[in-house]
Write a new protein. Sequence first.
Length: 228
Amino acid sequence: MATAAALPEALCTVWTNLVERGALRSGDGVLIHGGASGIGSIAIQAARLLGAASVFATAGSPDKLALCSELGADRAIDHRNEDFVRAVKDATGGRGVDVILDMVGGDYLERNIEALAVGGRLVHISFIAGSRICADLRPVMTKRLTITGSTLRGRSTADKAAIVAGVRAALWPHVADGGLRAVLDRGFALSAAADAHRYMHEGRHRGKILLHTGWHPSGNDPGEETGT
């Protein structure tokens, strides 16, 4: 049940943004921001399974960096102490990556543009650092870049069905054989949803945070583990 709760939205988000919007192709280089998050942890695995030649991921602590590497990132970048643009450029001989999956927004826009290779695609799925920014768009033209993004909630039933069909065909077999897995951080009782939000805001989680009405990943009372 835990895996069933953690997988669907993450898989659909990754599929529609990496593949449909980001046009991920075999041999591409990919940068995943927030690699240890629920979405990021799925995206790293999916990019590798879909044929990415190199996968980079950003995270902000040693345990999160280790998780990114464990999931298949060739290079886990400490965004608190490293310049991800320089790290990507150094690793690719100055070329950059073909696809970036970004959930940060804000001042990451210009840095993402710099980190993209010619013909690269930048896909936004959130904007933790803000949705408004003033940026120089000249590199978008000279490098022939695509900047796009999407959400799931506002899509039609037909759109959602098409996304699920893509997931079922391309990613679900890897779930079935254990090659793609949900990373579960911890569960909170539904009555402690506010505590779950605070925990997420603190940024200490690795993978998915689940709300439940009696189940818990460790089998313990959720209050015992979370202090709620």
